[in-house]
Ligand binder design. Structure first.
Ligand code: PEP
Length: 249
């Protein structure tokens, strides 16, 4: 039995006043609104420490990126160790916005995954095709090579979460069909098992891309979908709790 994970990526959104949303999510989780799902919020780094206080120990926290190095002359960067020091247990790596806006290659993401492990963080490794790649019939190839090249040796169900996020579905309101999600997640699962052995059957594979309360039930019921990475809808505690409410018995 895989414990599902519902993760909220706030991106570059949120000021101190937004901590009330973390508090509201924590209260919802404590009252049983999300069943046995694990909940995690990824606020901007500026709010991370305060969010750990508001989360009351019932919602996990994570960073949205980390540097590959542990410390040193890297102005503006934040290391995995710094995130862990603030109370993070996860870090999102290889998000398509980092790949597109900051030129992050699979090799860079691979080094960052190692950095996350070095600091004791669990990376949520994001992979997914662009619209052009989907239109060209390349989805499975793209996801396959991103997974192969971004993931270092040493992965297991205890230290890795994968997020399949079609780039064209992020922030657009568009989603793949449940058949398409099932196909891609099955291929990701198989390639993890081929590379890592049967233990990889327990690695959580999240779906991300325009998940909202109205489509969560059907997307989260797809085989090999073990939770969601939620962007826009995670900014509002009511919507975020409603998505995870799918897992309430
Ligand atoms: C994301 O950025 O990871 C994401 C899934 O965003 P949204 O839910 O807004 O599409």
């Amino acid at each position: 039995m895989i414990r599902p994970l519902v993760a909220g990526n706030w991106k570059m959104n949120g000021l101190k006043a937004s901590l009330g949303e973390v508090l509201a999510v924590a209260e919802g989780v404590a009252s049983g609104a999300t069943g046995d799902a694990e909940m995690a919020i990824f606020p901007p780094a500026t709010l991370l420490y305060a969010a750990t206080v508001a989360a009351k120990g019932v919602v996990a926290l994570g960073g949205q990126d980390c540097a590959a190095d542990a410390d040193g002359a890297h102005t503006g960067d934040i290391s995995a160790e710094m995130l862990a020091d603030l109370g993070a247990s996860f870090v999102i790596l290889g998000h398509s916005e980092r790949r597109a806006d900051h030129g992050e290659t699979n090799e860079i993401v691979n080094a960052k995954v190692k950095a996350a492990w070095r600091a004791g963080l669990t990376p949520i490794l994001c992979i997914g095709e662009t619209q052009e790649e989907r239109d060209g019939g390349q989805t499975l190839d793209v996801v396959g090579w991103q997974l192969r090249d971004s993931l270092p040796e040493g992965a297991s169900a205890a230290n890795l979460v994968i997020a399949y996020e079609p780039v064209w579905a992020i922030g657009t309101g568009l989603t793949p069909t449940v058949e398409d999600v099932a196909e891609v997640h099955a291929v990701i699962r198989q390639s993890l098992v081929d590379r890592l052995g049967e233990g990889a059957a327990a690695i959580r594979i999240l779906y991300g891309g325009s998940v909202k309360p109205s489509n969560a039930a059907e997307l989260l019921a797809v085989p090999n979908v073990n939770g969601a990475l939620v962007g826009g809808a995670s900014l509002n505690a009511v919507d975020f709790l409603s998505i995870a409410g799918v897992y309430k018995a």
